[in-house]
Design a protein around this ligand. Structure first.
Ligand SMILES: Cc1cc2nc3c(=O)[nH]c(=O)nc-3n(C[C@H](O)[C@H](O)[C@H](O)COP(=O)(O)OP(=O)(O)OC[C@H]3O[C@@H](n4cnc5c(N)ncnc54)[C@H](O)[C@@H]3O)c2cc1C
Length: 406
């Protein structure tokens, strides 16, 4: 396959990149790695920018016009996503789950009424969504979800707890996995709901991460009454729909993370050029040169794997299990690259954002700490390898999971 853009696509890319440059928030400096002082400010900036994207005809290029999209091809959407990832990744963060997981799931598995009601408000930036799958006893083993939804007086009444819910403190809605049936195999008793986060009985408690940020939360439900028309698919189909959500999450990661890593690699080269060890530039040190070359190799593998996944999606219409390969290719090298960057900084490697002597505003210290979670979120590295073994290589099913599903 020829991975170059056609002349028309290249023209579109240039036009869009010029539009982005003109429409970034006034006074916002994209070269800084953290610009927002509060999650309210961050969410507001995302919503305003997403509305501009939508008004200019750049929101969800491949979605049908009836739902607020542009009716164009997935290729145009990828050009938009990659341009945004390169120009203003930080502005996009509040919408990561919204666009990467909630909207493709509603588009693929929602009914007509749900698509017409929720998709346009996602695409025009009105609503931010979060993902409530994990619980204290249901992470890798997501079939273990215990949050109960019991049908009563024309509603599902929710009781239980979710955890690690990223962006719930900014979110208006949540894609939620709940238990509607306790008889039979665990994964058959799950259902998939759309939850309005402002309903009485929903409590969001932020959790502090080692980066110092509170990016994820605990969610508590106390007799929350959810209208029955918020069910996606049929009762008992939650497991299959949740897998669809996760496959979309991983593929979007492939398309965007290659661009993010390429950009970060330029920052890494700057560290290597500007840092000195015993009076000599780090870039002349043979150990660091090896690390730079290795990082570059891994980023190129991620980039070309992303293009291969994209060509499959263009051909088949849906993402495949190779999204798990992409997830490993961005999350594990991210840890190694940030370790290399901190090593290159020598004693300055200990200084985090806020110190006047920190290098690149403490960017690599943040990536180093945040990257530890990347091999856990969206499915741990071990789980990705199990998926690759089973679904790409045809190995027998993971025996521990088979036992737990009973
Ligand atoms: C930064 C971050 C953001 C997150 N955001 C969200 C979110 O928005 N929404 C949400 O629902 N969840 C979210 N999560 C939760 C995440 O999906 C879970 O943490 C993850 O699925 C692992 O589950 P667990 O933490 O319960 O660990 P466990 O499942 O208990 O795993 C513990 C260890 O055992 C290993 N293990 C488990 N089962 C197997 C097996 N069968 N074979 C081999 N090894 C195995 C794991 O790989 C891991 O090393 C987030 C997590 C992080 C770190």
């Amino acid at each position: 396959m020829d991975y170059r853009l056609t002349p028309e696509q290249e023209e579109f890319r240039k036009g869009f990149a010029a539009w982005v440059e003109k429409n970034l928030p006034a006074g916002w400096d994209p070269s800084r790695f953290r610009s927002f002082h509060s999650s309210e400010e961050w969410a507001r900036a995302y919503k305003i920018f997403q509305k501009k994207l939508s008004d200019a005809g750049y929101a969800s290029m491949h979605y049908p016009k009836a739902y607020g999209g542009q009716g164009k091809s997935l290729m145009e959407e990828v050009i938009v996503l990659q341009t945004l990832a390169s120009a203003c990744m930080e502005l996009r963060v509040p919408g990561m789950i919204t666009h990467g997981m909630a909207s493709p799931t509603i588009l693929t598995c929602g009914n007509e009424e749900q698509k017409r009601k929720y998709l346009p408000r996602i695409l025009d930036g009105t609503h931010i969504w979060c993902q409530g799958f994990s619980e204290p006893n249901a992470g890798s083993d997501v079939a273990n979800v215990a949050t109960r939804a019991v049908k009563k007086d024309g509603h599902y009444v929710l009781n239980g707890q979710k955890t690690w819910t990223s962006l719930a403190h900014m979110a208006d809605y949540c894609i939620l996995l709940v238990r509607t049936d306790t008889s039979g195999p665990k994964h058959r008793g799950l259902s998939y709901l759309l939850l309005d986060m402002n309903l009485p009985g929903v409590e969001v408690r932020p959790m502090k991460q080692m980066t110092g940020e509170s990016e994820f939360n605990e969610l508590f439900f106390d007799d929350v009454r959810v209208p029955l028309d918020m069910l996606v698919g049929q009762e008992g189909q939650g497991w299959q729909i949740a897998i669809t959500t996760l496959m979309f999450e991983r593929v979007l990661g492939d398309a965007v993370m290659g661009v993010v890593h390429e950009k970060n690699f330029q920052r890494l080269l700057d560290v290597a050029r500007e840092s000195k060890r015993s009076g000599r530039p780090v870039i002349e040190d043979s150990v660091f040169r090896q690390q730079l070359a290795q990082s570059y190799i891994e980023i190129m593998v991620l980039k070309y794997h992303g293009l291969r996944s994209l060509s499959r999606q263009l051909e088949m219409g849906v993402p495949g299990p190779e999204g798990s390969i992409g997830k490993l290719l961005w999350s594990e090298p991210n840890q190694r690259i940030s370790e290399a960057a901190i090593g290159m900084q020598g004693l300055y490697g200990q200084l985090v954002a806020g110190s006047p002597w920190s290098i690149q505003e403490g960017f690599w210290q943040y990536v180093f700490l945040r990257s530890k979670g990347s091999t856990i979120e969206a499915g741990t590295s071990e789980i990705q390898r199990n998926i690759i073994g089973e679904r790409c290589l045809g190995l027998p099913k993971d025996a521990s999971r088979v036992a737990r599903q009973k």
